[in-house]
Unconditional design. Sequence first.
Length: 245
Amino acid sequence: MSIPYPPGEALTVQQIRDLDVLAIEHVGIPGIVLMENAGRACAELVYAALLNPARERVVILCGPGNNGGDGFVIARHLANSSVDVAVVLAAPPEQSRGDAGTNLRILERMGVPLVAAVAAPDADSPPGVPAAVRERLDRADLVIDALLGSGARGAPRGILADLIRLANAAPRARRVAIDVPSGLCADTGEVFDPCFRAEATITMVAAKIGFDQPAARAVLGRVVAVDIGVPQGLIPGREPAAERA
């Protein structure tokens, strides 16, 4: 039985950033612990949604930032549960730094399949998304978007845009977004082109204020907010348990 987590009121991106600062700098929760909590919570929901965990293929699209770091944690937990999971790297590995870089190095040592979406500068390969990435997406049963987090602004470009379009066109895959679908403005609800079209969105701490816009609802799918360990007394609209008693 999981611990209940009330969804609470929707928050702005700046409120989420402020909560991260409070949790890390004032409460003393290391950022990598928050990332672990986020990725583990997402992985549990993803695993529960798999129709046949022993047979389904999961592809996680990961950017170099903290949203990609969440994706790396998800990949580790799914791999530990014997799920066929592969990670598509939207940026060279050295661009994943800090907590995200730590979790990527763990995947490398575990031997989780990592597929580069960006060829090395000296690679003799045609431009565009590599065939290995296209093949993974064509065979995927579930695609997870961990490319851009809630702080992203404007339309995705370059390889990010290419990966989103390919994910949306994947012939057999269901689609899940982590925190926010890449290409959606979390504050305004504006949907840029391209935008990952999720059937479910697992968002951190609370829904974002832009999620209630009609255009946003069309790409979010079902929204589930997960606890990442931020003390509830810091979260706007949440009463500490002691005050409810």
